[in-house]
Write a protein that binds this ligand. Sequence first.
Ligand SMILES: N[C@@H](CCC(=O)N[C@@H](CS)C(=O)NCC(=O)O)C(=O)O
Length: 205
Amino acid sequence: MMLTLFHAPQSRSSRIVWLIEELGAEATIEYCAIAYRNGRKVGEPDPKNPHPDGKVPALIHDGALVTESAAVALYLADLHPEAGLGALPGSPERGPLLTWLAWAAGELEPAIWSKMTGETDRDPAAEARYDAAVGRLLEALWEGPWLMGEQFTVADVMIGSSLAWARFALPDSPLLDSYAERLAARPARIRADARDAESAVLEAA
Ligand SMILES: N[C@@H](CCC(=O)N[C@@H](CS)C(=O)NCC(=O)O)C(=O)O
C-alpha cells in the first residue's frame, strides 16, 4: 500500500500528520507550498500538489486521490481498522462517528469561522448556529473523556485539531481546557507537533 500525504506545516493537513502517527500508518509526507494562509496570500499553489484547488490536505493512495480533511481522516481510519480509531460499517458506532466527522466540517468549522470574522455579532442566525455547535461539543465532553465516550476516535483528531488553532474563538470552559490537555498529552500528537515544528524551521531556512 502506497500512501502519500501532501502537507503544509501548521495547516489543516497537520491533523492528518497527527492521525498518521495515531494509526501507526506508513505514509510519505510530501511538503508543499500553499497560496493562502488564514485568508492572506502567501505564495503560489504548488504544482506537485494534486489537490484540484491547490489546498492541503491531499492524500494519494495507490494512485487514487482523496481530499477534504474529514474524508481523508475517515479514509485512513478505515484503512487501519486494527488501530481502533474508526468504526466498522454496520457497527453501532459507525453512525455517530460519521456524524461527528460531517458535523466537524459542516457545522463546527463554519461556526468557528463566523465567530472569528465577527459574523456572529452581526447575524443572529450565525450566532444561533455557533451557540448550537458549542453546546453540542460541551454536551459530549460532559460525558467524556472523548467525544464518543471511552473510545478515542478519528473524530477527536478532527475536532481536537480545530481546538488547537481556535481555542480563543470558543468560550472559557474547564471542559474544553481539560479536553485540550488530554489531547495535547497524546504521544502521537506530541510526535506530530515535533515533526511540524522541524519542518517549519526547514521552510524558514
Ligand atoms: N475544507 C478543506 C479546507 C482545506 C484548506 O482550506 N486548507 C488550507 C490550509 S489550512 C489551504 O490549503 N489553503 C491554501 C489555499 O487556499 O490556496 C479541508 O478541510 O480539507
